[in-house]
Structure formats: structure tokens, C-alpha cells
Design a protein around this ligand. Structure first.
Ligand code: DP6
Length: 348
């Protein structure tokens, strides 16, 4: 390295907004590489509001990679952080900062460590896609620091390995995450459908109902659904592909009626996720008992009709439902109806 004093620090700061899916990503076909079971489309928010700001720095005096989130040090030994770091490092190129007199070669990057400091200006993990903004920003900032030459789509495939929805935050405007076919995930990446100026009449208002940490992460919720739900396969194979085409059309034509209808329908189906999780709970329970304790059936709507074998089982069922879907969490159930009696949840 040119600088023998080892006293230098090179720094990059980036800011990335979060994104809100209008056709949702729900379910992975590969957990490690984070490959989805369907394409998804999102709107990237204005960076002035919900965003992550990340500073990455490198210095020969750093003896390990470290990260701070909202001022507190967090572990980055997990697979997702490590995948992003590894993928970016492997693409690092020479840096020649003449102003500071710093020269780093491609080879040097293998032995240099980074410090990462990240801030969210909105509640972390409260269902506002903090991981999306977080990993997109991390990958983008590291890419700049290490002089990675890849384009945004290429970078999105790396951010995807941090958190699926993160790949869509590399672009502004309307963004499609193409699920891809390659089992190594090279073609599972984000592309811009329309830029932020295309439909600038639209305004997104977010009503934050709860800023508490989610009880169940998207990752766990998805895993349960994939393991247990035939409906999910139907959604991924039959429903979403058609919806994606219609949504792209609606965006292109700034057709709000169609856009709204597709967005709401997809959300309603997605929130039927609660149904999948109830099904999963019942199936796991029945399996553990050896004989069925509870049967479920759904009419057209998302309400689960659960038939317990007797009163004792019904009491246990309500207990389990309350445990898995705690009141006032993001997954609470509005009410339980037992026979002809409604037991409303405790709103407190
Ligand atoms: C409901 O991207 O947070 O927001 O890939 O496991 O990190 P992981 O999940 P994540 O899931 C987001 C799910 C969603 C829908 C969406 O953004 O498309």
C-alpha cells in the first residue's frame, strides 16, 4: 500500500429510501440466495422521508469488519451480511484517491476491514421495510467505497442477498424485481419500470399504526407459508404473473383505477397470509397430536372457520391463536367467533 503510515481512513456516505410493494414478494424458492417464487413490483419512496443513511469506511487500522445500527453495534456474522460483504469485496477494483494520496489495489481489499454505521429515520423492523433501505444502502455505499463497476441491476442482485425487498430500493420510481430462472440467482434482479418523474402526481401517505418491532419477521412468515400453503403456489404460478403484466400496463398508462384495484387486491390476498399461518398452526398441531384436533375451512373471504373436536380443544385453540397472533401486534385477529357467541379481542 502506498500509504505506510496506516493513518488514513477512506469514507463514503449514501442515502437510500425504502420501497413499498404494490405486487408483493412473498415466499422464497431458495432461502440462502433469497430467490423469490414470483416477480414483484414496488414504488420507491422519496429519500427525504423514509430512508437509511449509511457511512462505510476503510482503514488499515481496522482489524475486523464492524457495524453500528442507530448508534448500537450489531453483529454482522450472519449469512446475509457476510454474503453482501463477500460479493462486493470480490468485485472491488483499484482506488486511487489523488487528493488524499490513498491508493488501494484490488488485492489490498482482501485484507482490509470496513466499519459501517447506519441510521434509519423511521422505526426499524416495524413493517416499514427497514431491511430494504438498509441492505440497499449498505451494498450501494460499499460498492462506491470499493470502486465496484457493476450497474444498479447487478448491485441489486447483491442487495437481494441481504433482504429480498432491498433489491428494489436501488432504483427510484416503479421497480420490478424479476424472480429469474437461474438457480444461482444471477438473473434475479431489479429493473426500473418507470422513473420517479413518470407519475409524479401520486402521493404516498403512510399511517404508522405501530412502531413496535414486528412479532414475526417477513422471513419467518414467508417460511411458514411456503412450507404449508398450496394457495401460495397457486398465487405465485397463476395469479401474480398476470397481475404483474397488468400492473406494468397500469403504471405505463398512469391508469389509477387499474393501479388501485391491483394494489388493493394483491394486498388483500397477501393479508390472507394470516390465513396461511392459521392453516399452518392447525396442521402442525394436528400432526403433533397424531389425530386431527381441529379442521379448517375458508369461504370466499379470508376468515378461517375452525372446527374443534370438542370444547376442551376449542379452549386450547383459542389460547394458541392468542399466543401466535397477539392482540395489537401486526398479526392480530379481529375477533373469534365461537359457535353463536362472538368473543371480541381485548382491545386494550
Ligand atoms: C411483505 O424483503 O423483508 O414487504 O427477503 O426475508 O428479508 P427477506 O424479506 P423482506 O420481505 C418483504 C416482504 C413484504 C413484501 C414486499 O416487499 O414485496
Amino acid at each position: 500500500m502506498a500509504d505506510e503510515s496506516r493513518k488514513w481512513v477512506l469514507m463514503v456516505t449514501a442515502q437510500t429510501p425504502t420501497n413499498i410493494a404494490v405486487i408483493k414478494y412473498w415466499g422464497k424458492r431458495d432461502e440462502k440466495l433469497i430467490l423469490p417464487v414470483n416477480d414483484s413490483i414496488s414504488v420507491t419512496l422519496d429519500p427525504a422521508h423514509l430512508c437509511t443513511t449509511t457511512t462505510v469506511s476503510v482503514s488499515p487500522t481496522f482489524d475486523q469488519d464492524r457495524m453500528w445500527l442507530n448508534g448500537e453495534e450489531i453483529s454482522i456474522s450472519g449469512g446475509r451480511f457476510q454474503s453482501c460483504l463477500r460479493e462486493i469485496r470480490s468485485r472491488a477494483t483499484d482506488v486511487d484517491d489523488k487528493e488524499k494520496g490513498i491508493k488501494i489495489t484490488k488485492k489490498d481489499w482482501e485484507n482490509l476491514h470496513v466499519h459501517i454505521s447506519s441510521y434509519n429515520n423511521f422505526p426499524t423492523a416495524a413493517g416499514l421495510a427497514s431491511s430494504a433501505a438498509g441492505f440497499a444502502c449498505l451494498v450501494f455505499a460499499l460498492g462506491k467505497l470499493m470502486n465496484v463497476k457493476e450497474d444498479y441491476s447487478q448491485l441489486s442482485a447483491i442487495a437481494r442477498q441481504g433482504s429480498g425487498s432491498a433489491c428494489r430500493s436501488l432504483y427510484g420510481g416503479f421497480v420490478k424485481w424479476i424472480m429469474g430462472k437461474d438457480e444461482k440467482g444471477t438473473d434475479s434482479l431489479a429493473v426500473q419500470v418507470a422513473d420517479e418523474k413518470h407519475w409524479d402526481e401520486l402521493v404516498i401517505v403512510i399511517a404508522v399504526v405501530s412502531s413496535r418491532q414486528k412479532e414475526t419477521s417477513s422471513t419467518t412468515g414467508m417460511r411458514d407459508t411456503v412450507e404449508t400453503s398450496l394457495l401460495l403456489q397457486h398465487r405465485a404460478k397463476e395469479i401474480v404473473p398476470k397481475r404483474i403484466l397488468k400492473m406494468e400496463e397500469a403504471i405505463k398508462n398512469r391508469d389509477f383505477a387499474s393501479f388501485a384495484q391491483l394494489t388493493c387486491t394483491d394486498s388483500n390476498q397477501f393479508h390472507a397470509d394470516l390465513c396461511f399461518r392459521i392453516i399452518s398452526l392447525v396442521e402442525k398441531w394436528n400432526k403433533a397430536e397424531g389425530t386431527p384436533q381441529v379442521a379448517y375451512t375458508f369461504d370466499a373471504g379470508p376468515n378461517a372457520v375452525l372446527i374443534a373436536r370438542n370444547r376442551k380443544t376449542a379452549a386450547l385453540l383459542v389460547q394458541k391463536l392468542l399466543f401466535c397472533f397477539p392482540p395489537n401486534s401486526d398479526a392480530d385477529l379481529n375477533s373469534f367467533v365461537l359457535g353463536d357467541k362472538s368473543i371480541l379481542k381485548d382491545a386494550g
